[in-house]
Design a protein around this ligand. Structure first.
Ligand code: NAD
Length: 242
């Protein structure tokens, strides 16, 4: 018996990094996957015949709603939603145009809201579901040049805690994962100076791997393992005691 047998998992941001590692772990635990990203081909490359892959732009409400409709049409239900799509760039607040700020919020915060908004009613109707939002340690700590990113991630934590309270009566459990630095293509756009500073701060002295984050997402998705987790923000590679 696998931990996710008979579960349908919609993973958004599954083409790369943490989302892809979660997809592979869920697959190995028996889940049926619905994988979505701007990069549909990379999602499709992970899929078996029973899985499905979609292109979505989480900054568009129409795109996210169409995705959720397509997944329900294909698989009939959504048991687990993982929101892992995200972007990262560095910009001092003094130079940050409103457009740069808005774009970050549109993808990293509003995109998570949209997926939750369209999926939660299905889970409420099912009287069962798990929602896992990928935040970041920067929600707690902030970082130079990351005010927009940190704000979006802090927003995810606030939204996750409120959703946890709203949806728990319907057996829909909402949690977050707030990783410290993890080696993925996301970090390609940040400076090596920033990476060096971060590694020096970390108790392990190294960045994590996406595969080391995925078990947190399995814990939060599986029953009975994750049954008592609600409004939490697990922090792999953070070094912090929350
Ligand atoms: P990644 O770049 O490997 O993966 C992010 C994925 O999001 C990509 O496949 C990308 O195509 C997709 N994406 C970007 N914009 C999108 C959009 N508008 N619509 C749909 N998909 C879109 O990065 P990752 O490190 O795996 O990041 C996954 C999540 O983890 C992100 O939310 C990120 O903020 C968060 N996170 C990452 C780290 C880290 O150090 N890597 C630390 C903490 C949190």
């Amino acid at each position: 018996m696998n931990k996710l047998d008979n579960k349908v998992a919609l993973i958004i941001g599954a083409a790369s990094g943490i989302g892809q590692a979660i997809a592979k772990l869920y697959q190995s635990e028996g889940a049926t996957l619905a994988l979505a990203d701007l990069n549909q081909d990379a999602c499709a490359s992970i899929c078996t015949a029973e899985d499905s892959a979609y292109r979505v732009d989480v900054s568009s409400a129409e795109s996210v709603q169409a995705l959720v409709n397509a997944v329900v049409e294909r698989h009939g239900r959504i048991d687990i939603l993982v929101n892992s799509a995200g972007i990262l760039n560095e910009c001092p607040i003094t130079e940050m145009s409103p457009d740069i700020f808005d774009q970050m919020i549109a993808v990293n915060l509003r995109g998570v809201f949209l997926a939750c908004h369209y999926v939660a009613p299905l889970m409420v109707e099912q009287r069962s579901g798990r929602i896992i939002n990928i935040a970041s340690q920067l929600a707690h700590k902030g970082a130079i040049g990351m005010s927009h990113y940190s704000a979006a991630k802090a927003g995810i934590l606030g939204m996750t805690k409120s959703m946890a309270r709203e949806l728990a009566p319907y057996n829909v459990l909402t949690n977050a994962i707030a990783p410290g630095p993890i080696s993925t293509p996301l970090l390609g756009d940040v400076s090596s100076e920033w990476i060096g500073e971060k590694e020096a701060e970390l108790p392990l002295g190294r960045f994590g791997k996406p595969e080391e984050v995925a078990p947190s997402a399995l814990l939060l998705a599986a029953s009975p393992d994750g049954d008592l987790y609600l409004g939490q923000a697990l922090g792999p590679n953070s070094g912090d005691v929350m």
